[in-house]
Every structure is written in C-alpha cells, then in structure tokens.
Write a protein that binds this ligand. Structure first.
Ligand code: GLU
Length: 313
C-alpha cells in the first residue's frame, strides 16, 4: 500500500473534481449561498507535521458546525465532567436543527454537536464572560490550536445567520424555558453564531484538529491541549454524533471520527496518524458535504486508516 499521501489526495481530487457542484450548498444562511459550489480542497497533516494538500485548500471557508468540536473542548476544559449535566452523549438520529427531541427530553440536548447541544455548550463557555469576551476566547483558542494568529470570524456570515437564525432562536428559547440556559438567549446565540462564522482553510482546520489525532498534544506546537483520555472521548463523540443523522453512514463508509459543517467542510481524525480537512460546499440530504464525504471514504480506503480494521489487502 502506498503511503504517498500527496499522490493519494491528488488522485482523489482529480477523480472527484468533475463532480463538484453535486449536492446542494446551504442557503438557509444566505451568505453561504454566495460561495462557488465548485470549490474543492483537501489537506492532510501527519503527526510529524508533513502537510499534503490539493485544490482550494488554502482558501478560508465558513467552518460552521465544525466549531462545535473546539467549543466542546473549551467547555470541558472549564467545566470538566459537569459539562455532561447540560448535554448528553448519545447520537440524536435527528436533523441538526431538530426541536422534537428537546421536548421529550426536557430541554437537555442529546449531544454537543447538534445545534441545541452546541448552544448549551456556548452558554457554558460564556460563564464569567460577556459575549464579546467569550467570542474572543473562542477565536484565540482556535488560533492556539492551529498555531495561526491569522484565523478570524467572517462578520458577513455572522450577520447573515443572526438575521435568519429563527430555528436556533426557537431552540434556545425552548431550552431557556426549561431553565437550561444560564445567560440571556440573545447573548448565547450571539456567541454561537460567531463561533459558527469562523473562517478557516483546510490547512488551518487540519492543524487545529491535529491534537485529536495525537493523544491530546499538538505535535507541531508542542502544546498539550487535553489529556489523552479526553482526546479519545472527543473522538468517540465525533464518530457517533459528528454527522447528525448521517453519523452511522459516515462511520460505515469512512470509519473515522469526523465533524461536518453546513459550509461544506469536514474535519476527520485518523488517531495516531493524521488530521484531515476537506471542503466542498454541495451537501447531501443530511447536511453533510457530499463530495467531501466521498473524498474521505476514498482516502480511508486508500490508506487503510479506518479505525475499525486492518488495511485492505
Ligand atoms: N450555524 C449553523 C446553524 O446553526 C450550523 C449548522 C451546521 O453547520 O451543521 O444552523
């Protein structure tokens, strides 16, 4: 089996490039509909820091729900295991913005990666902070993870989502009615919308996720971000909950912990091997990048990186 990652991702990119534009880019956040649907980038960073990249891999895009991995990490750092008093750890089997389950479960979201759960996590990250301070802390944390001070929020995307985030307002108000949010709803959503509006390239995203592939320590910067146990647990949540009601399908086809965003990005973690980021805006029916998911399936098949078994013969 070849381990020439650059050759592998170039081949995947060449194979799938004619299909970019398939799927449907998110347009419920109007600003996201302005992105060229044919964008396609892949970046892989191994534990020695070797970067393999192809296509639109240096162009920042809206990471949207991928930010939920970073805010969960922050919340766990601040609140430890008590974080789980506020959100569960079970796959939802529902759409990313579903409100149905919340009523049955008394306002406690199933997991930190569906919208309701991530809003509860934003509330936790805020503790002791104004919304502006909390947003600043999230940006600095992601800059620290990626070791890149150039990472910033796209204010147009944050404004666009604030103007049209009716569903998220409904979810947050619903949780507030159950006493499950500490801060005012508009403050919590201000933080949530801004974290989702972080703009990062595939290369920056792969760097930011590298600690999860390396037992909690970023091998490039030398920073210990979390314990190895916590890294394993975050990976477990990404595997079981990272793709909404498509999480089982992603585990079946790709076999790696991953987190998608409606901007068309996916961060995937190959524990002990590499961190991978892909970007292609067209989404499948579950709101996950269509071509990005196929690219990761091809990468996992070609490298034998699935966590579920030995490499193909
Ligand atoms: N900001 C998006 C929302 O709340 C995130 C959804 C996603 O990326 O899956 O609707």
């Amino acid at each position: 089996m070849t381990t020439d990652l650059q050759a592998i991702i170039e081949e995947i990119h060449a194979t799938l490039s004619p299909r970019t534009g398939e799927g449907k880019a998110a347009d419920y956040i109007p600003e996201l509909a302005n992105v060229d649907p044919k964008k396609f980038g892949i970046a892989v960073i191994d534990l020695e820091g070797r970067v393999s990249k192809v296509g639109d891999c240096d162009e920042p895009f809206s990471i949207q729900s991928i930010s939920k991995v970073f805010t969960l990490t922050l919340a766990l750092g601040k609140h430890g295991e008590t974080t789980w008093n506020r959100v569960g750890r079970e796959p939802s089997g529902s759409a990313f913005n579903s409100i149905v389950q919340l009523e049955h479960e008394n306002g406690k979201p199933r997991n930190p990666f569906i919208n309701a759960g991530a809003i509860a996590i934003s509330d936790l990250v805020m503790s002791g902070h104004t919304p502006r301070e909390a947003i600043g802390e999230i940006v600095r944390f992601v800059q620290y993870l990626a070791d890149d001070a150039g990472i910033a929020i796209d204010p147009a995307v944050a404004r666009s989502e604030t103007a049209t985030g009716f569903r998220n307002f409904a979810l947050a108000n619903f949780m507030k009615s159950f006493g499950k949010l500490t801060h005012p709803v508009d403050h919590v959503l201000g933080v949530y919308f801004h974290q989702c509006a972080l703009a990062m390239s595939c290369v920056q995203l792969a760097r930011a996720g590298l600690f999860l592939a390396a037992n909690g320590k970023n091998p490039l910067s030398g920073h210990t971000v979390v314990s190895s146990q916590r890294a394993r647990r975050i990976n477990a949540l990404m595997l079981t909950c990272g793709h909404y009601d498509g999480s089982g399908d992603f585990a079946y086809h790709v076999g790696l912990p991953g987190k998608s965003g409606v901007g068309g990005g996916i961060l995937a973690v190959a524990p002990g091997r590499a961190s991978v980021a892909v970007w292609s805006p067209g989404l499948n029916a579950n709101g996950n990048s269509l071509i990005g998911s196929i690219a990761l399936e091809m990468l996992a098949a070609k490298t034998g990186w699935s966590i579920f078994g030995a490499p193909h013969a």
